[in-house]
Design a protein around this ligand. Structure first.
Ligand code: SF4
Length: 334
């Protein structure tokens, strides 16, 4: 992995993605700008349907079906992913950028051993690698994700859920990529295994040094791991903030949706768990509310919010799209 600390590994400029339907375009991701530097961990948080996974797939140029990029650019290590030929993209994927998917079972081939799957990844991208070298690297990777090398001979169904996810991580980093997207990598696992995988990701990342875009609906998980967090709502990044200010709690200056997410994190008191949720449901992307799409659920909404979509303004260490900070609303965050 060769990366210059001053040059971004990922640059997303004004990216928009839409689904082509019989009724026209349905915008799923809008005007996203995001930069990741070498070794950085950035979180991407939002409820289901907020556009997180669509954005992750767009970065990898893995959009399926009727999803298309309608605007913007994605550059990895300075190269525009959408200007590459299929061959260039195949060479680039896994060696420079890779992805860990939510479901390890669907990411792994059930009828191939772990060894075959790791070796396939290694030798298909590096034709000069001998089988012995690939096997050596496979063992190294198993040690890195702390699975006994005897499991190289195992099939995915013979491993626990946590071990399968570790194998998926091993495959994702097999070729030393500079940038890895982790899309809900621990969601299918129970809380204890989730915690150990998270620690594993942190440990490996510190050792190997790749940058991570960590996608999750679980704010507490992301805040723990990432140095910056992008909060997505209805296809937009409505706030980008350092995660240390998030830990300072909902009383800080944040987007009202971020405040709602922070308040939804269970707070353990002496003898009870207090959870405050966000009222209502995420909007249907086909019929987005006018103005700020969050206004039907927002406790601070006022007239301008129903008419005009706020643009991002810098508020302390954060960039926030909200009329509480735009100077256009009657109410101001104090
Ligand atoms: Fe709430 Fe208005 Fe801010 Fe949207 S712009 S989050 S509706 S205060």
């Amino acid at each position: 992995m060769v990366t210059d600390p001053n040059n971004p590994v990922l640059q997303i400029e004004d990216l928009s993605v839409a689904y082509v339907t019989n009724d026209g375009f349905v915008n799923a991701v809008n005007d996203i700008n995001l930069t990741l530097y070498p070794g950085e961990i950035v979180g991407l948080v939002g409820e289901s349907g907020s556009g997180k996974s669509t954005m992750a797939n767009a970065i990898m140029r893995l959009l399926k079906g009727d999803a298309i990029v309608t605007k913007g650019r994605v550059k990895i290590l300075g190269r525009d992913v959408y200007e590459m030929s299929e061959k260039q993209l195949r060479q680039f994927r896994w060696s420079k950028m890779s992805m860990v998917f939510q479901s390890a079972m669907s990411a792994l081939n059930p009828v191939m051993t772990v060894e075959t799957q790791i070796l396939d990844t290694l030798t298909s991208h590096d034709k000069s690698m001998t089988k012995a070298q690939a096997l050596e690297r496979a063992k190294e990777l198993m040690n890195l994700v702390r699975i006994d090398t005897k499991h190289l001979k195992s099939y995915p169904h013979e491993l626990s859920g946590g071990m399968r996810q570790r194998v998926v991580i091993a495959i994702a980093i097999a070729l030393n990529p500079s940038f890895v997207i982790m899309d809900e990598p621990t969601t299918a696992l129970d809380v204890v295994v989730q915690r150990s995988i998270l620690n594993e990701i942190r440990r490996i990342q510190e050792k190997v040094g790749f940058a991570i875009l960590f996608v999750s609906h679980d704010f507490s998980l992301v805040a723990e791991l990432a140095s910056r967090v992008a909060i997505m709502y209805a296809g937009r990044v409505v706030e980008m903030t350092p995660s240390n200010t998030l830990s300072l709690m909902a009383s800080e200056k944040h987007h009202p949706y971020t405040i709602g997410l922070l308040e939804a994190i269970p707070e353990l008191t002496a003898d009870e768990v207090i959870i405050t949720g966000i009222p209502g449901n995420p909007p249907n992307l086909r019929t987005l509310p006018s103005g700020c799409a969050f206004h039907p659920r927002c406790p601070f909404a006022e007239e301008i919010c129903t008419k005009e979509r706020p643009v991002a303004v810098t508020v302390g260490p954060s960039d926030i799209e909200c009329h509480l900070y735009s100077g256009k609303g009657m109410k101001q965050h104090v």
